[in-house]
Design a protein around this ligand. Structure first.
Ligand SMILES: Cc1ncc(COP(=O)(O)O)c(C=O)c1O
Length: 340
């Protein structure tokens, strides 16, 4: 990006990167480029998916407390809609919880492909089948799944899918994708010049909407995030994602077993297939633990009472050893009363 920035024609180069990011993402999920919009974050993408909907006859949005808060807040903010929650308040949710709560009043079913806290992998295709049978549309947040397991919109049977580039897609925060199966719904109120049929026509007095997903776009995306998205997606395309899925499943199982033997409590799905590519270690002071591990080259994410340990294609068993040993050392130091 810095090289392109120092040469003439940076804007055109940037536009080509945006087009390339769109192509790479569409190919990753088995979509058409015209079904993919590029937006700054997943929360805005969720708002765009709900754009123009009238929550009148069917008013219910079925979601879960395990949803990433930004997505759940989008549903809570829909005027006239009624949010119905499935799963427990502390974020335990299973596919069956969704299946038992879909009714003829359900308008939209919002499913995280993998939950952000406990890494529960839900059976999106089954939930989508039941939702469609009841006449509801299906929204999937795949932020914790894309890049680390195969993901195909026709297999998932979803109507909308969002994800961002800041995690397993190996890019930076600042860019999200919205997949829309039928991108011909009502035009969104949140719009901008990139949402026009021909953005370069530069007609301030005309508000038209193309019959493809770019109608959901707004203004200029952040170049650093776009360039990083292309680099990350290219890397992900060089991987066999089924192989990555097996690799991460093995690593997660080994980590869980080892941490259990060390006396740690981990929140695990009932079977390996229902587990995503991270592990939630129960720890009330997860921030302190993450900070301590960070000084020992172990990057982990604290989230309300758990420490998340994530793995990817490049993670090795040595990395798992280092992490488990660092956690054991942390416990020793904590018992001795020190935190650094
Ligand atoms: C499941 C999930 N959805 C969405 C996001 C991010 O949302 P946003 O791009 O709106 O910040 C995250 C980030 O941690 C996430 O884990």
């Amino acid at each position: 990006m810095l090289d392109d920035l120092s040469r003439p024609g940076f804007w055109q180069a940037c536009e080509e990167q945006v087009a390339q990011a769109r192509r790479l993402f569409a190919r990753l999920i088995g979509a058409d480029v015209d079904q993919v919009a590029i937006l700054p974050n997943a929360s805005i993408a969720a708002h765009q998916a709900a754009a123009g909907r009238r929550w009148r006859h069917r008013r219910e949005i079925l979601t879960t407390p395990a949803e990433f808060p930004g997505i759940a807040h989008t549903w809570l903010a829909q005027p006239g809609a009624r949010v119905r929650w499935c799963g427990t308040p502390d974020g335990a949710v299973r596919t069956g919880d969704y299946l038992s709560q879909i009714t003829p009043r359900t308008a939209l079913v919002s499913v995280p492909a993998v939950t952000y806290r406990d890494a529960t992998r839900l059976d999106v295709a089954r939930i989508a089948g039941a939702a469609h049978e009841a006449g509801a549309t299906v929204f999937v947040d795949a932020y914790q799944a894309a890049g680390v397991m195969p993901l195909h919109v026709d297999t998932l049977r979803c109507d909308y899918l969002v994800t961002g580039t800041g995690k397993y897609l190996l890019g930076l925060p600042g860019l999200a994708f919205l997949y829309v199966r039928h991108p011909d719904g009502p035009p969104p109120a949140l719009t901008g010049w990139l949402g026009r049929t021909n953005p370069h026509a530069m007609r301030a007095t005309v508000l038209d909407s193309p019959a493809h997903a770019r109608r959901y776009e707004t203004g200029t995306p952040a170049p650093a995030a776009v360039y990083a998205a292309v680099a990350g997606l290219s890397l992900v395309h060089s991987l066999d994602l089924q192989h990555v899925r097996h690799h991460t499943q093995r690593l997660i199982a080994a980590t869980a077993q080892r941490l259990g033997a060390q006396g740690e409590v981990v929140r695990l799905a009932p079977d390996a297939d229902a587990q995503g590519a991270h592990l939630a270690l129960v720890e009330p002071h997860a921030e302190a633990m993450a900070a301590w591990l960070g000084h020992r080259s172990v990057t982990a994410a604290p989230r309300s009472g758990v420490l998340r340990l994530a793995v990817h294609a490049y993670t090795t068993t040595d990395d798992i050893d280092t992490t488990c040993e660092a956690i054991a050392a942390y416990r020793c130091r904590s018992r001795a009363g020190a935190t650094r």
